[in-house]
Write a protein that binds this ligand. Sequence first.
Ligand code: PLP
Length: 429
Amino acid sequence: MTSTLTTHGTATTPAEHTPREGAFGNATELRCRECGSTIPLGAHYACLECFGPLEVAYEYPAITREQIEAGPRNIWRYAALLPVPADVASFPNTEPGLTRLVRAGNLAAELGLSTLWVKDDSGNPTHSFKDRVVAVALTAARELGFQVLACPSTGNLANAVAAAAARAGIRSVVLVPQDLEQQKIITTAVYGGTLVAVEGTYDDVNRLASEIAGEEEGWAFVNVNVRPYYAEGSKTLAYEIAEQLGWRLPDQIVVPVASGAQLVKIDKGIRELIDLGLVEDKPVKIYGAQATGCAPVATAFKEGHDVVAPVRPATLAKSLAIGNPADGPYVLDVCRRTGGTVEDVTDEQVVDGIALLARTEGIFGETAGGVTIATLQKLIETGQLDPSLETVVINSGDGLKTLDAVAGRVGPKATIKPTYEAFTEAGLA
Ligand SMILES: Cc1ncc(COP(=O)(O)O)c(C=O)c1O
């Protein structure tokens, strides 16, 4: 691959680097999601014809459930459906995936749903679904010869990039808005990369990252200049849900939305499973969940627009605070096509959602999880989601990262002297 410098969609990859034979597995090319133009696999992220976003296209292999089940106990069991080499599992990575799918009977009863599952992605190595996308992006960055792993982040991606780079033995550079939760700052800094707090919103940080990506040769910004590869990691959520349900699809899935990439790729993963004959064909409604303080996609959905007007975020759900979501229009397409909707909930409802999931299922989700649970509740109450259908909600991150959201709400029932008398006097027996 030659190094090309442009401001539109071609990263500055290290000169003279040639990817290994089979570096991208069964991926064949990059395809523009707008005009359909194709471009060879490489460090490109925007179409050279129309500047539309690129995604990975494949020559899909014939693959069986048994072959997948015999694979590693992480996302690499689906390597044949990702832009990664066959020997991907032999390189150091964080090995995310195969997080638990929890049958949420208590929460279902409380919400009046017949069957509910929580896909609990807080169980990943850095406690969010971002480990999935970063594992694929790190692989692509290595095959393309990049030396630094970088990202703009709303917090969880920062954790995932810093950890993956540490394990791979390369430098990381992570840019975050300066008002991020302390827990996410510390749990990123601990991995030892370069963490930079930027005075601005995530959208400002993202713009800065794009500028740096155009200047610094050899820096892979996972969600900017290797974005087509990165985004494919979220397909594994769909694969795992189907496999964990015994190779079948649920009726509906509720997904949190920031850039929207996760939701769009879950839909892509579902369609691949059907096309490959790994699951029976059936409709799966996909619903998007946003916080009212940053709900550009929900607003566009409700107003019937195809374009998403940017907003300035003001919500405690900081991980979802992207005011100008790259995949917003595609989220609208997916939700309209599948019969789902996009809904939003207030910050108070978000905290209620966190508490509800914790109280009913013993799962402590972060604010994004609160958004998703509260949205599920609102979708049922407003008749937008059929409670008699089998439903999956994604809990995409861990509540320990956003403790402040609930700190004012919960605490000890009483503070007592260490005697049984004090215990009974406080009315605790
Ligand atoms: C915990 C969590 N859930 C969901 C999302 C939304 O992901 P996407 O940007 O792919 O829509 C994010 C984004 O940072 C996140 O951190």
